[in-house]
Design a protein around this ligand. Structure first.
Ligand SMILES: Cc1ncc(COP(=O)(O)O)c(C=O)c1O
Length: 386
């Protein structure tokens, strides 16, 4: 070892993520990758042409620290149309390097050493490391992946004098659950009562099924007053590689958020911001996404219905969770690996989304794939020996 005083890990429990692991395994075994959550198809040629236009017209230097103003204005407009909340583009909207940065900065803005943060699990994997890097303590409210409703009394029971914030995610990764208006209302009451700050991860805001509405934290006035709402264009425009996201928050929260954002990245990729700003002028570009994915969900579910899985209703996002408890005793991580190696279909074991890797015998399949891929995956799964 080179160092006399060995480097102490700030994240001793963090290793390679399950997404990297399953994608590598899928690659190695030439399996269909329904594991990692990214679209198999490309973004619109019109959007590509807009990037080209702005690169060629010289939008290639630093954007303003809070983001290109036309993009902030376009986000203000779409947010007002979707939620009724007016965010001021100058003081209340910040463009970030994906929702990941928005979430990291929001958590860093709020959490001081010793603060507790309520996290619903199963949970997206970036929340806990961000809390821990700020010296905070994640306090879990554990839900079965098949959960129907939230037990708000159980949430309340986890709150102590040290609880500072609560992180929510709707539509939800991994379960596909979409929170009802009553959940947002219950959260608003609780947050007010307990003086909590809310961090709302809404990256799948435009992917909701069966006539549901996405209810944003922005749409409940008392909640919006104490919330950071984090969004991403990666999921909405099939551009996960652009890492373009945003954070909406009232001015008093945004001012502190930007102090951290400016020293983390300063600003994010300029021509893409202008391109997305122009593309947002046409609401059809994002309002058609639910129907696009609902058809894919139905195609996949129809094709796997004979296997004997119990399908969790996928109400939004691009994930389908299946319980296989009645087919196999295997734990979910072992089964996901076996299916990748032997059957040729990669998925994510939902235990990966739990702090204690609790095994609910549930796999998550991503259906943001070409129809042929979904049908082929279903055929392979149908042929598998259970
Ligand atoms: C729930 C959730 N939040 C945040 C992100 C990260 O979004 P971005 O790629 O914009 O950083 C993802 C990406 O998979 C996600 O599923």
């Amino acid at each position: 070892m080179l160092l006399k005083n060995p480097l102490q890990s700030k994240l001793p429990n963090v290793g390679t993520t399950i997404f990297t692991k399953m994608s590598a395994l899928a690659e190695e075994h030439k399996a269909l990758n329904l594991a990692q959550g990214f679209p198999e198809f490309d973004c619109s040629p019109d959007l590509q042409a807009l990037v080209d236009k702005y690169v060629r017209s010289g939008k290639n230097q630093y954007a303003p620290m809070p983001g290109a103003l036309p993009l902030r204005e376009a986000i203000a407009k779409k947010t007002f149309e979707g939620s009724g909340r007016e965010y001021h583009p100058v003081t209340e909207i910040t463009i970030t390097s994906g929702a990941t940065e928005a979430l990291f900065v929001a958590i860093s803005t709020v959490v001081h050493p010793g603060d507790e943060v309520i996290v619903f699990e199963p949970a997206y994997d970036s929340y806990v490391p961000a809390i821990e890097l700020s010296g905070g303590i994640p306090v879990f409210v554990t839900l079965d992946p098949q959960y129907d409703s939230i037990d708000w009394e159980a949430v309340k029971a986890r709150i102590t004098g040290k609880t500072r914030a609560i992180i929510i995610n709707t539509p939800h990764n991994p379960t596909g659950k979409v929170w009802a208006a009553s959940d947002l209302q219950a959260l608003a009451t609780l947050a007010e009562e307990q003086d909590l700050i809310v961090i709302s991860d809404e990256v799948y805001e435009y992917i909701v099924f069966d006539g549901r509405d996405h209810i944003s934290a922005a749409s409940v006035p008392s909640l919006a007053e104490r919330s950071f709402v984090c969004g991403s264009f990666g999921k909405t425009f099939h551009t996960t590689g652009w890492k373009l996201g945003y954070c909406l928050a009232p001015g008093y929260l945004t001012a502190e958020f930007r102090k951290i954002h400016q020293f983390l990245v300063f600003s994010v990729v300029t021509p893409f911001q202008f391109a997305v700003a122009e593309y947002l002028n046409e609401p059809e570009h994002y309002l058609t996404l639910s129907a696009f994915y609902e058809r894919k969900r139905d195609l996949f579910n129809e094709a796997i219905k004979g296997i004997g899985f119990v399908l969790k209703p996928s109400e939004g996002s691009f994930f389908q969770n299946v319980s296989y408890a009645n087919l196999s005793e295997e734990n979910d991580a072992a089964l996901a690996e076996r299916l990748t190696r032997e059957v040729g279909v990669a998925s994510i074991p939902v235990s990966a989304f739990y702090a204690r890797k609790t095994d609910f015998k549930t796999l998550r399949f991503c259906f943001a794939k070409h129809d042929e891929t979904l049908l082929k995956a279903a055929e392979l799964l149908n042929r598998a020996l259970w």
